[in-house]
Design a protein around this ligand. Sequence first.
Ligand SMILES: Nc1ncnc2c1ncn2[C@@H]1O[C@H](COP(=O)(O)OP(=O)(O)O)[C@@H](O)[C@H]1O
Ligand SMILES: [Mg+2]
Length: 462
Amino acid sequence: MDKVITLNQTNIPFRSGLFSRLYLTLTLASIVLIWLVSIVGNYTEEKQSLISKEHRNTLLNYALEASDLIDKNNIDQLKKWTENLKRKEDTWVAILKTEPKWLVGNIDTDIFQGISDLTIGRDINYPIHLNFSYNPVMKIPIPDSQYNLMIQLPQHMRPGAYWHVLNTTIRLGFPIILIAIICFIIYRHIINPLKIIQNATQKITQGSFDIDIDESLLYRSDEFGDLSRSFGTMATRIEVLINRQRQLIQDISHELRTPITRIKLILDSEIKTDISHRVEQEIDGMQRLLEDTLTLSWLNNEKTKVLKESIDLTLLLDSICEDARFEFSRDDIVLNIPDSCIIHNSNHRSVGQAFENIVRNALKYTNQGTQIVISMSAERSSDKSKYVNISICDHGFGVEEQYLEEIFEPFFQVDSARDKSQSGFGLGLALTKRQIEAVRGSIYARKNTPSGLCFIINLPYQ
Ligand SMILES: Nc1ncnc2c1ncn2[C@@H]1O[C@H](COP(=O)(O)OP(=O)(O)O)[C@@H](O)[C@H]1O
Ligand SMILES: [Mg+2]
């Protein structure tokens, strides 16, 4: 789960949205499709438009037969033979003498493809136009003579009988198969992450927050990557919130048990003097605990707070310290603060409670005669916005380095504090932190030198 929290938009080296991926895939697929159909189509057409070897041999044999008759100079026989061939092949047949009359140059077979000279008739080795409905006239040179056998290609020798079927298959079949493959890939690309997220949702529905989102999905640089990352963060946050609430309920029940047991003991004891005063004390404690817990739970859950008030921090700190001095009968709080310091869009009650908790802690956890110094100064943050920096430092026994963050957790108390009869429930700093954050400020603790604790609070001016 940790990896979910640390991953965000900026950790992903480069981003490619779903749109650009789809666009690229479809464009490439279309180009491949067009290219494939034209290459395969042309190749098949060429292969299909050649007269088969068997028929070519038959035609060449006819030319040989004619050659025999021409050798014998038997024209009548040749005429008969021609008539027979016409009937046999149900076509047109003639014998033609060709005398090319080139004055300059000779025939270039590359240019006159399929034409052996400039007279009509096609070479039997060249392709036939499959789209023409009529059969072309073939010209087969008669060996050892100046004559050519001219014969309109007999219908049964015409190539490309399957051409239309093949053509349709190529032009329809290829797109159907290729588009199906592309659709499948796109479908998987979209549906897989949805399935993973759906599984995670189901786990959460069943109360388990230990969701395991596939790493490949977390690192995806498109909208699904964003979704999975924010989903992971959401699950972690919900888990933390729920655990915090559970812990809170556990801690309250635990804290309430002690005073209730004490009240029972008081009521059961033999010595019945001053019962009401002691019971009242315990009930006061329980009431404080419940009030603090309610406030804490309200601050945990409610994000909105009325931030409309302007506060003079000098006046506020002055009056808090005045009350504290009186209550703790101590005169060792030193204020290093300006005559006036007004902040806007804040909340008087939140800031007041936060200051009060820290000042009271400082008095509670230090001995008489050790100074508590409160300083205030205006600062500028890295983004140039102005804020007020308030430090409240004491010279008591402080807390150890390892607890400096933990003291802000609800019910956390360092052991030495627990022993003190005056101590509270460990809710004060948890409340303080949330109050400060509710007015868009921040707070942390650090060790003071040579001893003691410092709380640093930053509050925005506006
Ligand atoms: N100024 C301080 N000096 C030493 N310890 C402190 C000081 N302030 C707070 N702490 C420690 O932090 C713990 C939490 O403080 P807080 O949340 O106010 O609870 P509580 O005062 O009710 O114990 C205290 O129990 C105490 O151990
Ligand atoms: Mg306290």
